[in-house]
Design a protein around this ligand. Structure first.
Ligand code: HEC
Length: 230
C-alpha cells in the first residue's frame, strides 16, 4: 500500500520529502549492512554496482544522525600522547610509518572469504584478536581455581597501533588514544595474577574493544559482545 502510494505520487510539493525519506532509508540500509565488515558495507549480494552506494544520494542535513555523544576518551594531543612504557615498544606507535605494499595495505588487501573486496591489515588483526579471545574465553569457562593459562596477548594485539586500516585516514590521534586505552587493559590482563582478576581484566579488555567501536564501527559490536564471559 504505502509503496504504491509512494510510487504514484506525482512530482510536486512532496518531492522534497520523498527525497528526504529515500535518503533516510539509504542511511538505514547502509547501517544494516555494516555488521559483517566495518569498511566494506557492500557484500557479494550488495544491491549496488561496483561503485557502491554514493554519499551524494542522501541529503546530508537529514540523513545523517546527530553527532555521536562525547567520547569517554578526550581527543589527545596529536603529538606524543603519553605512552606507558609497558604498552608498546618504539617500533609500533602512532608515529610508525606504515610500509606501502605490504599485505593488507591499500591496493593490496588480503583475500578474504568474508569480504569480496579483501581485508585490510587492521581488519585481519581484528579478526585474529577476536579468534584469540574466543579461545581464551573457552579456557576461562573451564572450571578450576588456578589462573587459566591464557596470554600473553600484548605482543600480538599491540600491532593495532601500526596496522593499515582500510582507510588510512582512520589511523588518527583519536584512534591511537583509544588503542592505547585498550592496550593498557590488555597489559593488565596479561599481568593479572589469579583467576578472579583475570576474569575482571578480560571484561575490561572487551570494554576497550567496545569504546573504540562505539565511535568507529558499531557493526562489530555483536562480535564483541559474543566474547563476553558466560
Ligand atoms: C582503537 C580502536 C579499536 C579497538 C580497540 C578495536 N577495534 Fe575492531 N576495528 C576498529 C577499526 C577502525 C576497524 C576497521 C578496520 C579497517 O579499517 O579495515 C575494526 C574492525 C573490526 C572488525 C571487523 C573486521 C572485518 O572483517 O572487517 C571486528 C570483528 C572487530 N574490529 C572486532 C574487535 C574486537 C573483538 C576488539 C577487541 C578485542 C576490537 N575490535 C578492538 C577499531 C578498533
Amino acid at each position: 500500500m504505502r509503496s504504491r502510494a509512494f510510487l504514484s505520487l506525482p512530482a510536486g510539493p512532496l518531492t522534497a520529502s520523498q527525497q528526504l525519506r529515500r535518503g533516510a532509508l539509504l542511511g538505514l540500509c547502509l547501517m544494516a549492512l555494516c555488521p559483517a565488515a566495518c569498511n566494506n558495507p557492500t557484500g557479494p549480494t550488495g544491491p549496488t554496482g561496483p561503485t557502491g552506494p554514493t554519499a551524494s544520494a542522501a541529503p546530508p542535513a537529514t540523513s545523517t544522525p546527530a553527532t555521536p555523544p562525547p567520547a569517554t576518551v578526550a581527543a589527545s594531543p596529536a603529538a606524543n600522547p603519553p605512552d606507558s612504557p609497558t604498552i608498546q615498544s618504539e617500533d609500533c606507535t602512532a608515529a610508525t610509518r606504515l610500509t606501502p605494499g605490504v599485505p593488507g595495505s591499500p591496493g593490496h588487501l588480503i583475500p578474504s572469504t568474508r569480504n569480496p573486496n579483501g581485508q585490510s591489515e587492521l581488519a585481519a588483526l581484528m579478526r585474529s584478536m577476536e579468534a584469540t579471545l574466543k579461545a581464551a574465553r573457552a579456557q576461562l569457562a573451564e572450571p578450576g581455581t588456578s589462573r587459566p593459562p591464557i596470554g600473553p596477548f600484548l605482543p600480538q594485539f599491540r600491532r593495532i597501533r601500526c596496522s593499515w586500516p582500510t582507510n588510512p585516514a582512520d589511523r588518527d590521534a583519536e584512534f591511537d588514544a583509544l588503542a592505547q586505552g585498550y592496550l593498557s587493559a590488555v597489559s593488565l590482563l596479561d599481568a593479572a595474577p589469579d583467576r578472579g582478576s583475570v576474569a575482571k581484566a578480560y571484561d575490561a579488555v572487551l570494554a576497550g574493544c567496545r569504546s573504540c567501536h562505539e565511535r568507529t564501527c558499531g557493526g562489530a559490536l555483536a562480535a564483541i559482545n559474543a566474547l563476553r564471559l558466560p
